[in-house]
Ligand binder design. Structure first.
Ligand code: IMP
Ligand code: MG
Length: 177
């Protein structure tokens, strides 16, 4: 099986647009979690750049942690999902905010939320840079969304295509041959 060849990359969200949305989301987080114990959890790998920019603007002194999930079979088919790295902090009594790159079918986040429900957190919420909500196959709500995207495959700012393009500071839509 060969991956389809890339014909073009079209700019979708510029560095400036992303920075503006990150500032706005940080403002919402600061308002909602004021005086509450917050743990922000980065979902590796895709969430790393959004997480890094976001936490710098959060003023409620969150604890930070990381999870990594692996899905077997087609990337977004909702095939078996498992942890390859779990959170290390106790979540008991704390408010938890997961920071993800894209929520697409919703299977990844549903799995994560189900696993985390037994940990005794005060609340579980999701921040996603891109919400492909029209493509949802299971019910998952993004509480803090950077951009809504009805279709297309995007890369950059943490997001990859076969592990490439994560380093780009802006987001591009891939156009295939
Ligand atoms: P879901 O389980 O279908 O919601 O898939 C979510 C995962 O698919 C995200 O964590 C992304 O890693 C990946 N994904 C979905 N859409 C895109 C995209 O347009 N570009 C890069 N990764 C994507
Ligand atoms: Mg991902």
């Amino acid at each position: 099986m060969t991956a389809p060849a890339i014909k073009r990359m079209d700019l979708m969200f510029s560095e400036r647009e992303i920075a503006r949305r990150v500032r706005e989301i940080a403002g919402e987080i600061n308002a909602l979690y004021q005086d509450k114990p917050l743990v922000m959890v980065c979902i590796l790998k895709g969430g790393f750049m959004f997480f890094s920019d976001l936490v710098k603007q959060v003023s409620v002194q969150p604890e930070l942690d990381f999870v990594r999930l692996a899905s077997y079979g087609a990337a977004t088919s909702g095939a078996a999902i498992s942890f390859t790295k779990d959170v290390e902090l106790s979540l008991k009594g704390k408010h938890v905010l997961f920071v993800e790159d894209v929520v697409d079918s919703g299977h990844t986040m549903l799995f994560l939320l189900q696993q985390m429900r037994a940990r005794g957190a005060a609340s579980l919420r999701i921040a996603a840079l891109v919400d492909k909500r029209e493509r949802r196959e299971v019910e998952v709500t993004v509480d803090f969304s950077g951009f809504a995207l009805p279709k297309g495959f995007i890369v950059g700012y943490g997001l990859d295509y076969a592990e490439r393009f994560r380093e780009l500071p802006a987001i591009y839509e891939l156009v295939f041959e």
